[in-house]
Write a protein that binds this ligand. Structure first.
Ligand code: ZN
Length: 259
């Protein structure tokens, strides 16, 4: 769908704000991945809409019985196909646009709520995965992360080769604290940022939702890229009302013209 005149005006205004900023960051959510065929959790077509929300005490249950957690994780009958859809997914033009902004030296870091690794696959280098990465495992004791592929599971639960702590999915479960290293890095980035591009997220889930507010409260600007109105819309300086895959390449072009 071609971008209409109103959206092109929004994009040009957003490009101007980006050029006038010194430390641009991005925050992305499920909307950015939908165009790569990754199913959202909530909303129409959502995995949780179809299968029910996962238990709110998931992390507590893991802590109480990590062996059972692993037995459930590895049980093929309980798999939703979500992991396979992530392995097969390719980055879309929205992901590539963010990677390009970073290469141009404009985007300093990208914070994502997505767990699908697609920003990294697209070439983004400074990526902070606030909810973890589906392709990794993490030791709950020392926090070290390991690629899921090739990690040898000889006992259940598997133990950390570094410290012998228990290993789980890197993906943050309900009731699980966001790993301290990532949370600290996100807050540092938001504090440094005078412009944050928020794409494909309704920004209602904390702590991610608090990050644009940090930028805003310190006098920075917010650019929202979202086809739908969100909680953040009224706090944003510019709203680009379009899908990120359609609008972000045009935004990069507009930035390039002013660069
Ligand atoms: Zn460890």
């Amino acid at each position: 769908m071609p971008l209409n005149k109103a959206i092109m005006t929004q994009i040009r205004e957003a490009a101007r704000l980006i050029i006038d900023s010194k430390y641009v960051t991005a925050l992305t959510g499920a909307g950015v991945s939908v165009e790569s065929g990754i199913r959202p959790f909530r909303g129409p077509g959502g995995i949780w809409t179809e299968r029910g929300e996962p238990p709110m005490d998931g992390y507590k249950r893991f802590e109480e019985d990590p062996k059972q957690y692993w037995e459930e994780t590895l049980n093929p009958d309980r798999r939703s196909g979500f992991g396979d859809s992530i392995t097969a997914a390719r980055p879309n033009s929205g992901h590539l646009a963010f990677a390009e902004l970073e290469t141009m030296g404009i985007l300093k870091s990208l914070i994502t709520q997505n767990i699908d690794n697609l920003h990294t696959k697209a070439g983004s280098r400074k990526v902070l995965e606030i909810h973890g990465n589906r392709l990794k495992l993490r030791c709950v004791s020392c926090g070290k992360r390991f690629p899921r592929e090739g990690f040898k599971i000889t006992t259940l639960p598997p133990h950390c080769p570094e410290c012998d702590g228990i290993v789980k999915d890197d993906v943050v479960m309900f009731g699980e604290p966001i790993p301290r290293d990532v949370l600290d890095a996100c807050q540092t980035e938001a504090t440094k940022s005078d412009c944050m591009i928020v794409a494909g997220t309704s920004a209602i889930v904390y702590p991610a939702a608090g990050l644009p507010l940090i930028v805003r409260n310190r006098g920075g600007v917010i650019i929202e890229v979202n086809p739908l109105e969100s909680e953040l819309s009224k706090l944003s300086d510019i709203v680009v009302r379009a899908q990120s895959g359609e609008s972000l390449p045009a935004l990069v072009e507009a930035v390039r013209k002013l660069f």
